[in-house]
Write a protein that binds this ligand. Sequence first.
Ligand code: ADP
Length: 334
Amino acid sequence: ERLVDAEVDSEEQAVEAALRPKQLGEFIGQPKVREQLDLVLRAARARGGTADHVLLSGAPGLGKTTLSMIIAAEMNAPIRITSGPAIQHAGDLAAILSSLQEGEVLFLDEIHRMSRPAEEMLYMAMEDFRVDVIVGKGPGATAIPLELPPFTLVGATTRAGLLPPPLRDRFGFTAHMEFYEPEELEQVVRRSAELLEVHTDAEGAVEIAGRSRGTPRIANRLLRRVRDYAQVKADGVITREVAAAALEVYEVDGRGLDRLDRAVLGSLLKLFGGGPVGLSTLAVAVGEERETVEEVAEPFLVREGLLARTPRGRVATPAAWTHMGLTPPQQSSR
Ligand code: ADP
């Protein structure tokens, strides 16, 4: 279990629910998405109808579930939450769709992981608010058309590019969520600290935000660990020193790299002079699986500009040397 994993862990869900902004005005950051969504929802309300289908793309932990709940709240509508992997058969989807109330928001997380037949059923449901339920098998099979009440589908995916174009085209509004700026994460930390009733000074919030990898979920998680430390080791107040000391205990460094990230970068620098070195060799040196290095550690290191994937292998950037407090070997002057 990594403290800096952006995916939600099962025990965390209840805590997270308490920290979710409930209205668009409370949602921090993502100014473009907020502005556009505000227009979409206002217009739908003014027409007295349901909002267009909304596609939210972006990395885990950036607020897609939260936004879908806000959409429902702003439309004064109920919400049903499910996910692509939970829908194995078209029949599963038909059951959900046919039980929706008029105006209901259906949040479909990881929509790119739905089965093919379900996906095709969804096309028709989104466009015509109708599904064909197939009864029977083989030549005797018949399609029974079923009318659906108008609803708003909110689909979420890590990458909009993963969706087949016919599905993508059926969304009236598509929003791409970006990683958050440090100042926005500071606001997230301050807001959550208030809700958790823990005192955080301005620099304490800055310190936590800077280690949160652009992701509100991680910011909230780090805040909870720092709060524990502050209660046990300090007087309950989160200052810069308290936050830094707490996150040192949890091995999350000043830029949000954890033990695994630092092991990868450390090996690349110390054993291979900064590369280029092949992924497999690097993985052996770190003592991890290839996939772990490639899929768990590298994406953030690449995003931070600390590591580059080149055709000749993995290469550390000058920023990596600085960050790890190491000096690059002297270039031979010949
Ligand atoms: P996703 O569905 O993209 O994985 P969530 O909506 O579940 O992300 O958000 C994860 C956590 O981060 C939630 O606890 C939520 O309250 C918090 N969060 C996300 N975005 C924001 C935001 N813009 N402002 C405040 N808190 C946020």
